[in-house]
Ligand binder design. Structure first.
Ligand SMILES: CC1=C(O)/C(=C\N=C/Cc2ccc(O)cc2)C(COP(=O)(O)O)=CN1
Length: 384
């Protein structure tokens, strides 16, 4: 095939994809990457961080991005990687947990909430973790009193806890402050999955924070060992760009395996050959937007979230919980049926598992007119 024919053929496939800017994608935690990422992708498209000695500049960028994310998360000694996504980040954290527990002859008993992303189910299968699921509060966060009692009962031999800072379905945030205290008092590891919340909470204006809700989640809490934070969600980076940060580089030895034929003699990441595009794009977008840029992005999303909730209530729809961040769960006893009816009108909204509700993630690609159009369609699905 000639090049032009190939490109024309590929255009036909691409034309079958939804486009973020059309405003119909309501259930995605990814969005249209910042435009600068196109130029950066072109510049770094042949790089391979799987063999970093060949790409010293790109490797330096990864260390700088980890340091930039570390400073946002109140840790100037952060160690970690910018990898394929939140799934790989959580698998990496669980791999470190397993190896650390083994090194201390501890059991691999770990507390992980029902609200956790299904990447932890993959981790459990791959690493034979014994997972304990605590009861949830009315806010869909783990019952910390149960956890404290369970951990302090030595026969349970708990050696780790996972807390979620912005859960996939509802955006709820576990009480990381209390989990951190439990982790310190009992010398156990605490991993925080802030895949989505990591690029939201640090930039969230106080006026959008729920009263009496603790938003603390990062390394400022001494018990936090590791954090997942994904640039390719609210960070506006192109896919793939997930992030795994550890408190310091003492965790590296629990991840490294010998890699004799590489320019570096050990490799810690799950994925071997990996592009530097996500790293370079994240570096560029973070430098371009800065803290203020991300604050504007998050707070604009929260204004749209407030608009969605207000207008939904005018149509008679109620939220399952008050939005903790830019994720809205609208109560619906016939969520699957409603979801299918909306799909017929090209609206792609998802459904919650833990509550009878539709789930809308108010990403930057959603404009007010998209939200209004969606709510009118939603209202119409209830008329007949
Ligand atoms: C708290 C948490 C998450 O909400 C999460 C993914 N979430 C949502 C991933 C998603 C993105 C786009 C889309 O259209 C649909 C789903 C992951 C996994 O992240 P991933 O491997 O980058 O997909 C981990 N933790």
């Amino acid at each position: 095939m000639e090049e032009q024919d190939i490109l024309n053929e590929l255009r036909k496939y691409r034309s079958q994809d939804l486009k973020y800017e059309e405003g119909y994608i309501l259930g995605s935690m990814c969005t249209k990457p910042h435009p600068i990422a196109r130029k950066i992708s072109e510049m770094f498209f042949e790089t391979n961080l799987g063999d970093p000695g060949l790409f010293n500049g790109t490797s330096k960028l990864e260390k700088e991005v980890v340091s930039m994310l570390g400073s946002i998360l109140h840790n100037n000694n952060a160690f970690g990687y910018i990898i394929s996504g939140g799934t790989e980040a959580n698998l990496t954290a669980m791999r470190a947990f397993k190896n650390i527990s083994k090194s201390k002859d501890k059991k691999q008993n770990i507390i992980i909430p029902e609200t956790a992303h299904f990447s932890f189910d993959k981790a459990r299968d791959m690493m034979d973790l014994n997972v304990v699921r605590p009861p949830l509060t009315e806010y869909f966060t783990m019952d910390v009193k149960f956890i404290r009692d369970y951990v302090e009962d030595s026969k349970n031999e708990i050696s780790g806890i996972v807390g979620i800072a912005g859960c996939t379905e509802l955006g709820s945030i576990d009480n990381i402050y209390e989990l951190s205290k439990i982790a310190v008092e009992n010398d156990i590891l605490l991993h925080v999955d802030a895949a989505f919340g990591g690029f939201v909470i640090p930039f969230l204006d106080d006026k959008y924070k729920l009263k009496g809700y603790n938003y603390d989640f990062d390394f400022s809490l001494n018990g936090v060992s590791s954090i997942t934070i994904d640039p390719h969600k609210m960070g506006l980076a192109p896919i793939s760009a997930g992030g795994i940060l550890f408190r310091d580089n003492t965790f590296k030895k629990y991840l490294d395996v010998d890699a004799p034929y590489l320019t570096e003699k050990q490799q810690a990441t799950l994925i071997g050959t990996r592009s530097g595009v996500g790293v370079a794009s994240t570096w560029g977008i973070m430098k371009l937007l800065g803290i203020e840029g991300y604050e504007n992005l998050v707070n604009e999303s929260m204004e749209k979230t407030k608009h969605l909730v207000k207008k939904a209530r005018e149509y008679g729809f109620e939220t399952a919980i008050d939005p903790v961040m830019n994720i809205v769960a609208l109560k619906d006893e016939n969520k699957q049926d409603t979801c299918m009816k909306l799909r017929e009108e090209n609206w792609y909204v998802s459904v919650c598992r833990c509550v009878e509700a539709l789930r809308i993630v108010v990403m930057p690609h959603l404009e007010i007119e998209h939200i209004d159009g969606f709510l009118e369609s939603l209202s119409n699905t209830k008329k007949y």
